[in-house]
Write a protein that binds this ligand. Structure first.
Ligand SMILES: Nc1ncnc2c1ncn2[C@@H]1O[C@H](COP(=O)(O)OP(=O)(O)OP(=O)(O)O)[C@@H](O)[C@H]1O
Length: 277
């Protein structure tokens, strides 16, 4: 049990080596959840494709025969239900909430599924956001899952802190893009994970390049890839790079990401192999 001091201390600034708040996985999941692996998908900065990478990993895992769930911890900017075409709210039972399934069988829990309209804004302060994330862990009946992917909001704010502190993460996948600014915020995310004793499974550089539809030439829109250097500098494994693919954008927009069969899926399979799936 955490002491009173640890309940209120900030684990990112606490110097105590025995700080309870720094120990990950302090909160047990719902008693009817049996989850083998929990992986967080994090980015330092918004819009780099973290939710798309989460979705691709889920599709790759599902196609490999695993039972997969996605906990959408991006409370104020949730995009997972839209990508998977899921609109149904979770089913409320006396024991907890049963998450709806996508057509391909991915179980999804997101605040967007609880809102009257998917475009209603969530204007909440930090503690409420942290509370919702915890409830998606404790009050949702995930059942038997091989992998629960946790799509974190960008940055190092309240919700990522809650997840890193409360959930028994196997590790984090960090998503970045080639711009220098995105690289700088990767370093922040890496430092946060180190402070919270959470392992980093690897770095994915998204939007690394586009492929010319006429000649197949790779065009590095944001300059040369910095993925290898960024991973080496941060001391974390490089899972790989992903190009831009307009087919992925279109399928995500239409709620059909599970129908994607383009080149990024093979890369996602490679990432899954590298993180041990
Ligand atoms: N490799 C890619 N190829 C084509 N489109 C992509 C790719 N990666 C992301 N996108 C598109 O870019 C947009 C933003 O992606 P996404 O929602 O995954 O970003 P994010 O990092 O999760 O954003 P935020 O955390 O700010 O919500 C989406 O429309 C998505 O379909």
């Amino acid at each position: 049990m955490a002491t009173g001091a640890c309940e209120t201390c900030n684990p990112l600034t606490c110097n105590s080596t025995t700080c309870e708040a720094k120990k990950p996985g302090r909160i047990p999941p719902h008693e009817l959840s049996n989850i083998k692996h929990v992986i967080g998908i994090m980015s330092g900065k918004g819009g780099v494709g973290k939710s798309s990478v989460t979705a691709l990993l889920a599709v790759a895992l599902q196609q490999a025969g695993y039972q997969v769930g996605i906990l959408d911890a991006d409370i104020t900017g949730p995009s997972i239900p839209r990508m998977f075409g899921v609109r149904r709210p979770p089913e409320g039972t006396g024991h907890g909430m049963i998450p709806p399934q996508s057509p391909g069988g991915t179980r999804i829990m997101s605040l967007n599924l609880l809102l009257p309209h998917e475009d209603d804004p969530v204007i909440w302060r930090g503690p409420l956001i942290g509370g919702a994330v915890k409830q998606f862990w404790t009050d949702v009946i995930w059942g038997d899952l091989d992998y629960l992917l946790v799509d974190l909001p960008p940055g190092t704010g309240d919700a990522p802190l809650t997840v890193l502190q409360s959930l028994p993460l196997d590790g984090l996948v960090i998503v970045s893009s080639p711009q220098e600014l995105a690289q700088m915020v990767v370093r922040k995310a890496v430092k946060m994970a180190a402070m919270m004793n959470v392992k980093i499974l690897g770095l994915v550089e998204n939007m690394s390049y586009a492929v010319c539809p006429d000649c197949g030439k790779e065009i590095y829109l944001f300059g040369p890839s910095r993925a290898g250097a960024a991973a080496a500098e941060a001391g974390i494994p490089l899972l790989g790079t992903l190009p831009l693919d307009p087919d992925l954008t279109a399928l995500c927009d239409h709620g059909q990401v599970e129908d994607y069969r383009g080149p990024l899926l093979e890369r996602a399979r490679e990432f899954v192999r590298k993180i041990g799936g």
